[in-house]
Write a protein that binds this ligand. Structure first.
Ligand code: A3P
Length: 318
């Protein structure tokens, strides 16, 4: 790992001063870069990622909006890819948080002015990112590597984000008001938004090149995890064999990665894997539809109208 050089630091300061900015939900500002809103310290990390990351054809990149099920997807994809090596009872997931098994690129490996040495990563490599499609490095778009995108209905995604940021933001800032956060979400801010632009970028790619971009939803996974896992395994080039299905391998992995199982692991009750954040805030309810307890009919109406307008003609529905 080496430091970015000073010239780059100056360039970043110039760039930041030229970008539109808004107050962040957490602390400081978010900046609009290449059409999407990023927290201040994400911008240098994103630029380093764009400049230095070289995708290989055998890579898999897991992409999500924050709070749409990233932790779950990491656990599932890791377990599916490594099932010849680890049965559920000896899986690293029993003692390691999924974020330490599948690292984030921009907000992990390239964060804090670091350039990672990726030569030590065994192939096939698996990484994760929240970066919007247009801002991915060209090598990810052109190498033929696999992209798995997981999205969640915007109502639950928002509520999950609001809870998460309420926990994560400094106490001195006071509570994060639901109404303010919602207004900001509807305006496209918060969590690498605008939400619908993020989702549509990957949705369209998945229609154009389904061999390389798989589009999953949190709701489909909650409804029938085993069939979504089979789709995922097939896409990753390691479909479950008939023997594996008969032996209960699919169910074994889905149980291992389930909310209730992971939530109760010691590492996820007491550990920290994403900087200062406690792992336990990554496991809240893990359900579909909890938003109905929080949003007024006016709020629902407002977000429904935005959704209708943004998704019109796309073929995507929530
Ligand atoms: P809720 O806040 O609605 O409970 P991310 O992993 O992208 O940060 O998303 C977090 C959301 O996924 C949280 O939603 C969390 O509870 C849920 N989650 C975490 N692990 C899960 C799992 N194994 N299965 C289903 N949902 C999970």
């Amino acid at each position: 790992i080496e430091n970015n050089n000073l010239a780059e630091t100056d360039e970043i300061a110039d760039l930041l001063s030229s970008l539109p900015k808004e107050k962040s939900w957490r602390s400081g500002y978010v900046y609009r870069y290449q059409g999407f809103w990023y927290p201040e310290k994400q911008i240098p990390a994103l630029i380093a990622f764009q400049k230095h990351f070289l995708a290989q054809k055998t890579d898999t990149i897991l992409v999500t909006m924050p709070k749409s099920g990233t932790t779950w997807l990491k656990a599932l994809a890791f377990s599916i890819m490594n099932r010849a090596k680890y049965t559920p009872s000896c899986s690293p997931l029993n003692s390691v948080n999924p974020h330490d098994l599948v690292p984030f690129l921009a907000c992990g490996l390239y964060a804090n002015n670091q350039l990672p040495d990726l030569s030590t990563f065994p192939s096939p490599r698996m990484f994760a990112t929240h970066v919007a499609y247009p801002s991915l490095p060209d090598s990810i778009k052109n190498s033929g590597c696999r992209i798995v995108y997981l999205c969640r209905n915007p109502f639950d995604n928002f509520i999950s984000l609001w809870h998460f940021l309420s926990e994560a933001r400094p106490e001195r800032l006071g509570p994060l008001l639901l109404e303010e956060a919602f207004d900001s979400f509807c305006n496209g801010l918060g969590g690498f938004g605008p939400f619908f632009d993020h989702v549509l970028g990957y949705w369209r790619e998945s229609l154009e090149r389904p061999e390389e971009v798989l589009f999953l939803t949190y709701e489909d996974m909650k409804e029938d995890i085993n069939s979504q896992m089979k789709r995922l395994a097939e896409f990753l080039g390691c479909p479950f064999s008939l023997e594996e299905e008969a032996d209960g391998v699919v169910e074994g992995i889905s149980k291992l990665c389930s909310f209730s199982n992971l939530k109760d692991k010691e590492i996820n009750k007491t550990g920290k894997s994403l900087g200062n954040l406690e792992n336990k805030i990554l496991f809240r309810r893990g359900e579909v539809g909890g938003w109905t307890n929080y949003l007024t009919p006016e709020m629902v109406d407002r977000l429904n109208k935005i959704m209708e307008q943004k998704l019109a003609g796309s073929g995507l529905k929530f």
